[in-house]
Design a protein around this ligand. Structure first.
Ligand code: UDP
Ligand code: MG
Length: 136
């Protein structure tokens, strides 16, 4: 069944810094995700804190917000059939140590915090997260 969705993807500072942006973009394109919009930005710690608010009670929250705001990131709207789940599959497990072969985090992730990409995890969050970075 066809279910065209949009999802938010972020190429995190560790991957932008290592010039992996084009490689990661091509990986999405070659796996049936269209890049509908893309921009390179540098968020403040306050913006990162707002973006990751769902994690505010987690022990890693402060470090996560510092990290996302530590350097340029690339935010993208990806579109395709089942885009939310497909993107999560292409990303791989949160901890690169546990990520499946031929996933972004397996190939490029450094550690559980420097895991190269973010992807929305539900339709609701995809909508919220796209709106957060692309306020049309
Ligand atoms: N994270 C971390 N330590 C942990 C769990 C998560 O630093 O023990 C970071 C990691 O960068 C992850 C982000 O917090 O990508 C959000 O966590 P989530 O559980 O939502 O993982 P994701 O959806 O990114 O796979
Ligand atoms: Mg998540």
């Amino acid at each position: 069944m066809n279910k065209i969705e949009q999802t938010l993807s972020i190429i995190k500072p560790d991957a932008v810094e290592r010039n992996l942006t084009d490689e990661i973009k091509n990986f999405f394109i070659n796996n049936k995700l269209k890049i509908k919009d893309s921009k390179k930005i540098h968020v403040t710690k306050d913006e990162a804190a707002e973006f990751y608010r769902v994690h505010q009670t987690k022990p890693f929250y402060n470090d996560l917000c510092s990290y996302l705001s530590s350097g340029p990131i690339v935010v993208m709207i990806l579109e395709g059939d089942n885009a939310i789940l497909l993107n999560r599959k292409l990303m791989g497990a949160t901890d690169p140590k546990n990520a499946e072969e031929n996933t972004i985090r397996k190939k490029y992730g450094i550690s559980i915090d420097k895991n190269s990409v973010h992807g929305s995890d539900s339709i609701d969050n995809a909508k919220k997260e796209i709106k957060f970075f692309f306020k049309n």
